[in-house]
Unconditional design. Sequence first.
Length: 452
Amino acid sequence: MTNDKFANMDLTKRIQIKEIIEHVGKDVILGGWVYRKRDHGKVSFVDLRDGSGILQIVSTGDTKVSGDKDSWGLESVIVVKGLVKERPAHMINSEIPTGHLEMEVKEMEIISPTDEALPLDMSKDIDKIHLDTLLNYRTLTLRSPKMQAIFKFSEKIEEGYREFLKSDSFTEIHTPKIIPSATEGGANVFRVDYFGKDVFLAQSPQFYKQMMVGVFEKVFEVGAVFRAEPHYTSRHLNEFTGLDAEIGFIESVADVMGKLEKCILFIAEKIAKEVSEEDKKILNFPALKIPETGIPKITLKEAVGIINKKRGSKDDALDLDSEGERILGKYIQEKYQSDFAFVTEYPTSARPFYQMPTKDGKFTESFDIIFRGLELGTGAQRIHDPKLLVESMKKHGLNPKDFKDYVDLFKYGMPPHGGWGLGLERFTKQWLGLDNVRLASLFPRDVKRVNP
């Protein structure tokens, strides 16, 4: 390589790697990161990565270089200009869309060289890197094709969620995350000093989305949710992305489950059509299984019986633990050929005060949705009668005065309504078969981790 000086290349003329198929036989400008590099004397083969893909570029002794030719190690940012051409047949890489092409580099500009050796080899299989290392160097490991594919997949789930609900006349809302009282009436909340007053980070947008049913009738939100739960499991985060919705003028909780099922089916169709073949290969995820008869429904009592039989126990559980969810998920897959199940008829004492009780008062008109052995979310019909709401608060040991603004809402006319809340990261984790939900969070927040 020569080290001749030349004017900086015009980045306004830069194209992305995914566009080069339209420029075979032409000179183009590309910019990206050095993903892999193989030096063979006067010839260097480099896999250049940008936000759209990877392309092999070839530099020789005739390539003009601006910058320190010895400083462009892995992950350095470079800009190159050269001829796009077909690769020799024996060098075609069938694993990537641009694998039949390469660039013969005429000019190279080293924009941002890496100052030191990388803490890990980004060109190797990211699945073989320990989770703590992946998270400790998150800003670096997120650059890997596997990590990028995970979050492009997650984006498609969120995009499909929005598309389905907007097509059904839902209004998207954004509710406060600093609230005056604990939404669920529990202890697992983050307390915040708000100008000398104790307030909390929202456990869910529950109260506010119910309020907005009185305005728009059908609403949804995609937003941050905070849970101060001291868990160290592979399924818990202390901040996650909630996929919430609330629907007015429902007949029963069955309407809520029906709408959620249609939403999931819509998202599955979108994923099948729009996730790239390259990402499908990288992620290697199975299609969702939902029988034509719909997502099966099973009562909590039936679910506990199935789990007890498998365990050889006689528990009378008010909820399902993680092992129980896995047992139930496998049972549902084997019996119904379904990845999902609705678990219904949770006891009133085990559910939040705002969930509608059954006529006998023993159970709630609510459900959990189990996805391949993991609770994906929960939903219910809500109480819309203010007197019944106050009675329920008292039964749950709560003071209605602490929820005055919320209770007052129901004095001004609220229709029968219900909704759900799902976790985007859990949805992504289970669909892709990831070992840990932290891999589905850009910058996960757990009991120990608040960096980067």
